[in-house]
Ligand binder design. Sequence first.
Ligand code: RB5
Length: 144
Amino acid sequence: MKVSIGADHGGFHLKEFLGERLSEAGYEVIDRGSFDPSPVDYPDIAFKVAADVLNGNRGILICGTGIGMCNAASRVEGVIAALCTNEYMGRMARLHNDANVLCLGARVMGDELAWDVTRAFLETGTMNDDKYIRRREKVARGCI
Ligand code: RB5
């Protein structure tokens, strides 16, 4: 499993920080940009990372709040994106939601907290009790 990471200008500095931490920790990182802090449209980055996730990799998307990235990635069938602001959410996003994309807001959390959330997300497995599977399937169907 590789980790595909992407950010807009709001998340650029945190992407650089997490990319380095991930490499140091032994993860193979796919960097989908952006590659400098000039303004870009977050959906363009979100969809590049989403494509990597559909190929079996884990994704991390960062913008100012994490909201735009989460909205964009969630539009892609097969992507389960989770906006997490603490370690507990990072862990639960895997355990109960089976999320495959972690969304972070660089303007609402510190770098070290973001790293703790990232580790929780990457190091936690999924709970496959019937009730969790049933709920995920309902979300995936998306019908009202
Ligand atoms: C960019 O200014 C900002 O809107 C973006 O990074 C993100 O927070 C959107 O949800």
